[in-house]
Write a protein that binds this ligand. Sequence first.
Ligand code: DAS
Length: 337
Amino acid sequence: MSATTHPRIAVISLGGTIASTSAADEAGVAPSLDAGDLLTGVAGVGELADVTAVALQRVASSDLTISDALNLAREIEAQLVDGAVGVVVTQGTDTMEEMAFALDLLVAGDAPVVVTGAMRNATEAGADGPANLLDAVRVAISPAARGLGTLVVMNGEIHAARFVRKSHATSTAAFHSPSVGPLGWISEGRVRLALSVTPWPRVLGTMTASADIALIAASLGDDLRLVGQVVSLEYRGVVVDALGGGLVPSASVEALEALSATVPVVLASRAGAGDALRQTYRFAGSEIDVLSRGPISAGALDARKARVLLSLLVGSGASVEDCRRAFAVVNEAMFRE
Ligand code: DAS
C-alpha cells in the first residue's frame, strides 16, 4: 500500500495573541510561541497537510509594518515556488486587516494565502487560536479558495482581505466584512465558499517598497490643522478618514488643496461600509468641492486599506496621477459592471 501524500503548505508565524503566553510571576501575556509550537497544539493538521513551519517574527501586530508585509510577501512567494499549494500566516488581530490587504496586493498567482490569529490567548478558557489555525489550514489546501486572493479566516468564517475589518475589541466574532459579508465559512471541517472576488488587474504593476503615509481622522469641529504638518513630518502622502461619504470641515479644504499639489491626498469614508461619494454634495468641504481641488477618492476602500495601497504605490515611485489611476483601477476591479 502506498503512503498517502498530503498537499504541502507553509504556516508562517509573526506573533500576536495566538502566539502569546504568560511568564511565571509576571502579569499579562506576550508573543512567545512560533509556528512550530502553534502547530503542535492543533490535533489533526498532520492528517490534512504536510506543513512547513516558518517562524518569521514574534511581535505584537502593533509593531508590524508595511515593510514587514513586503518581506512576508517574498517569503510566501518563495514557499509557493518551493511547492506549497497555499500559505497560512498567523499574526496579531489588531493590524490583521491591513497586513491581509497588503498581501492581497503583493502576492501574485492563484494560491490561497490565509491570515488568521486569535482573540483569546492560550491561557484563557475557550482560546480560539487552535480552531482558527485548523480552519485556516483547511482553507489553504482547498481548491475552492484558489484565485480569491488573500483571505482572513477567523471564528469559522472566510473573509476577503479587501473587505474585512476588525470590529470588536474582544469578541471571538470580531471580524466582519460590513459591505458584503463573508465569502463563506467552515462547517464540520468542510470549506464552504459561496461568493468570490475578482483578481486585481496586472496594471497595478509590481510594488516593491513602502513609503510613510499619514492617516488623519476628520471629526466634529476639527479644522484638520494636522494636514499642514504632513510634509514637515516627512510623510509622503496622507489619507483623510473623512466624515460620512467623504466630507471634511470647510476650514480644512484650502490646506488639503495646497497639500495635494505636493503629495497624494486620499479621501476615504469613515462610515465603515459602502463607497465614498463623488457627486452628491456641493458645498465647501463636500466631496465635490474637495475632489475638484486635487485629492483622490478612496472609493470603496476604507482609510486603513487606502493607506496600505498608497504606501506601496508611493514607495514604488508612483506619481500623484499614477496613484489616482491605481485607486480607480482597484475600485473598478472590486465590482462587476
Ligand atoms: N490584540 C492582540 C491580538 O489580537 C495583539 C496583536 O494584535 O498583536 O493578537
